[in-house]
Design a binder for this molecule. Structure first.
Ligand code: BGC
Length: 759
């Protein structure tokens, strides 16, 4: 009763607010204005504790059978929920569970403010798309958008209305396990993909029941962890921040992303969670972001270990003043913020600003109109694992595959009359392809490569696992039973290979060898897989190596010896079907690497858009004093943008038309010179040859995914504007500096055509 009365009061205030607005400017009543009125009206009747409650997020404490609030944290969380001291929960999934917590928030608290329900819908909820790095390899923005759209569809049907994705951290170091969660090393490609993902999750209208709020993370610099070790220190200069790290985040703000997550790392001495420059000055100031910022898991209290906060109370003070709006699982705001306000250490204006941001997003999601709009059990049943979702993730999986090498047309496989040996434990794995962010999916729900290949029945297929790579389940301690040294299965695999016409070996990382906290110092094939590869090669050289992995690997031996190599990442639920269709030529691969593959770990960080240095090459024979390694080449094993097809492409006729200092039209011809139809990602790079801040040797500034029939030629024109021609100088100003430029065009960052032009 009490609740109903208060909500009534709020609505009355809102209506009055709207009417006043109406009279003041009768032709200009927008949805936004009315949401702002509603937010202000609600805020005006909230107590300080209720406001702080909105800034508090708890992990779920419910299991499928209902609440378990008997003791400890769970009891406290439950009590806080009933008092209205919780604004959001994460990891509560399934309509029934979400309805249960939402009911408490709406019906038992004084104001009845609904919860926003967050979850890591990273590349799907239950039906999974490829890991984000793999999706990035498609360079297909429409497909990536569609993948996020179906992820939102399935997640929203299970009660979720907010995803902690996309991760838009640029990463240049494959040792970092979370490279699997982003779009790779390039800012231009990463920004386009970030926008596609935000648009896919949020749709055109956040208030419809099948769209969810997106979250750009991790703000900022998380991908630049020193030595690729997760959570490690980040120390980067302004040029790298402004030109490399910030742009994908800015692109998501421009695309209307509704939330941001800050990050675990310190940036130039200040932890991101307590970093006012990042959150208040750049994000909410210069970029005018009007959504809210959630902390990363426990990142407020982690500032104590960083040596930046003295204790939890101090951590709450630093976080609130720096602009962290919501506390994920530090319990710092709920415990300390009211005291800090009363002591004058955090202003109520900061609290009001944070709460307004959170309420704004809740109103936009339509949660006040119907808090149970994501809680329709029949919709959950109908949508989960629907054909539409399976079709979309299969398409995405095929598009994500990169053909790294294909000598002597080893691929595609013949469809009949072949004896094929399929080797590798990962070939028979129905869990690993789901990736390390599979928290909503059931183990064992992916199609394995073995199952995919078994559908091609006119060949004789024999399977042997060879190396005993046991993949753990999703529960702790999943690392304990991996990477065995067991070679007991080798001989069976070798015998199988001996009798085969062609050997398909599926090797690489299992899902939990990449992802959060899965940094690696060695990037070869884990365990005894390299030995297995060499042992099989000794008896049969006709090998197709299919890689399953969440990051670039160092595989120089394989590159030197194995005729065909397919990069198949962790491709999600439909993995085996996608891989089989590519191996058999029913799908012509067109993926291109979104991250450079190094030859050895010592080259890391390695990326195509490096700077030249003052000594880029030896100026006389045998000179040692130039920028190089004495024991390794400077070049990568596979460059950024690399990827082959079952057909071939030829680039020609490069023309540059400088329209003015802000517009340059670049055109070229692309011909399919092979016998199959196929798609090619045509890539355009530029170099500003001389500038007030040194510029990289090449920067991707345009690309187009072009479908061509055999023998067909298309004219491609890409227009460069000031966005592509300019850069941030060291005073943070975006400038286009007229002068000499180069343009490069080709099918990878090792481009084939180039021309100089003057701006
Ligand atoms: C990760 C975030 C994630 C959060 C919630 C953290 O450990 O860094 O990316 O969204 O957990 O699961």
């Amino acid at each position: 009763m009490k609740t109903a009365k208060l909500i009534g009061l709020v609505l009355l205030l809102v209506t009055l607010g709207c009417k006043q607005q109406d009279q003041a400017n009768p032709t200009n009543i927008s949805e936004d204005i009315s949401i702002e009125n509603k937010v202000d009206s609600l805020l005006s009747i909230m107590t300080l504790e209720e406001k702080i409650g909105q800034m508090n997020q708890y992990n779920g404490f419910w299991d499928v059978t209902g609440p378990t609030p008997e003791n400890g944290d769970a009891a406290k969380k439950y009590e806080h929920l009933r008092k209205g001291y919780v604004g959001s929960m994460l990891n509560v999934t399934g309509v029934e569970n979400v309805r249960t917590v939402q009911k408490i928030a709406v019906e038992e608290t004084r104001l009845g403010i609904p919860l926003i329900i967050g979850f890591d819908v990273i590349h799907g909820y239950k039906t999974l798309s490829p890991i984000p790095l793999a999706e990035a390899a498609s360079w297909d923005l429409q497909a990536i958008k569609k993948s996020a759209e179906v992820a939102a569809l399935e997640a929203s049907a299970a009660g979720i209305n907010w995803t902690f994705a996309p991760m838009v951290d640029i990463s240049r170091d494959a040792r970092w396990g979370r490279v699997m969660e982003g779009a790779g090393e390039d800012t231009f490609l990463g920004s386009k993909i970030a926008v596609a993902r935000v648009e896919g999750f949020q749709g055109d209208d956040l208030s419809t029941h099948n769209t969810i709020a997106a979250c750009a993370k991790h703000w900022a610099g998380y991908g630049f962890a020193e030595s690729g070790k997760d959570y490690n220190t980040v120390d980067v200069g302004t040029s790298t921040l402004n030109n490399i790290i910030f742009p994908p985040f800015k692109a998501t703000v421009d695309a209307g992303v509704r939330t941001f997550m800050n990050s675990f790392n310190e940036l130039n001495g200040i932890p991101a969670t307590g970093n006012a420059y990042l959150q208040r000055y750049v994000l909410k100031g210069s970029w005018e972001f009007d959504g809210f910022v959630v902390s990363d898991w426990g990142s407020m209290s982690e500032m104590i270990a960083h040596g930046y906060a003295e204790n939890k109370k101090h951590a709450a003070e630093l976080s609130a003043n720096a602009g962290s709006d919501m506390d994920m699982e530090s319990y710092a705001y709920v415990a300390e913020l009211a005291n800090l306000v009363n002591e004058g250490k955090v202003s109520e204006a900061h609290i009001n600003d944070a709460v307004k941001r959170i309420l704004r997003v809740k109103f936009e999601l339509g949660l006040f109109d119907d808090p149970y709009k994501y809680c329709d059990a029949s919709r959950e049943k109908e949508v989960t694992g629907s054909q539409e979702i399976h079709d979309a993730v299969l398409e995405m999986a095929k598009k994500s595959i990169v053909l790294l090498k294909n000598e002597n047309n080893t691929l595609p496989l013949k469809k009949e009359g072949q004896k094929i040996a399929l080797i590798g434990a990962l070939a028979d794995d129905k869990t690993s392809p789901l990736g390390s962010w599979r928290i909503g999916a059931e183990d064992g729900t992916a199609i394995s490569v073995l199952e995919g290949m078994q559908q091609y029945k006119n060949n004789q297929l024999t399977f042997a696992k060879g190396a005993n790579v046991i993949t753990g389940g999703a529960s702790f301690p999943f690392e304990l039973n991996i990477n065995t040294n067991d070679k007991s299965e080798f001989s069976k695999a070798i015998n199988t290979a001996k009798n085969a016409d062609v050997v398909v070996m599926v090797l690489g990382e299992h899902a939990f060898q990449s992802g959060e906290a899965r940094s690696r110092a060695l990037l070869g094939l884990p365990g005894v897989q390299q030995e297995l590869l060499e042992a099989v090669y000794a008896v049969n050289k006709n090998i197709v190596l299919v890689l399953n992995n969440g990051r670039p690997l160092t595989i120089p031996w394989a590159d030197a010896h194995i005729p065909a190599i397919v990069e198949a990442w962790h491709l999600g639920t439909q993995s085996g079907n996608a891989i089989a269709q590519v191996l058999y030529g029913d799908y012509n691969p067109s993926g291109k690497l979104p991250m450079t593959f190094p030859r050895s770990v010592g080259q890391l960080p390695i990326y195509y858009n490096f700077k030249n240095t003052g000594r880029p090459s030896a100026n006389e024979p045998n000179s040692v004093f130039w920028s190089h390694y004495t024991d390794e080449s400077n070049t990568p094993l596979y460059p950024f943008g690399h990827g082959l097809s079952y057909t071939t492409f030829q680039y020609s006729n490069l023309h540059v038309n400088v329209v003015n200092t802000n517009t340059v039209e670049v055109s070229f011809s692309l011909k399919n010179t092979g016998s199959a139809k196929g798609k090619e990602v045509a890539q355009l790079y530029i170099r500003d040859l001389f500038a007030s801040v040194t510029r990289p040797v090449k920067e991707l500034k345009g690309f187009e995914l072009v479908a061509l029939e055999s023998g067909e030629t298309k004219q491609i024109t890409i227009t460069l504007t000031e966005d592509e021609l300019g850069f941030y100088n060291n005073t943070g100003e975006f400038v286009v500096e007229p002068g000499d430029f180069m343009v490069f065009v080709g099918g990878s960052s090792n481009t084939v055509l180039e021309k100089k032009f003057k701006l």
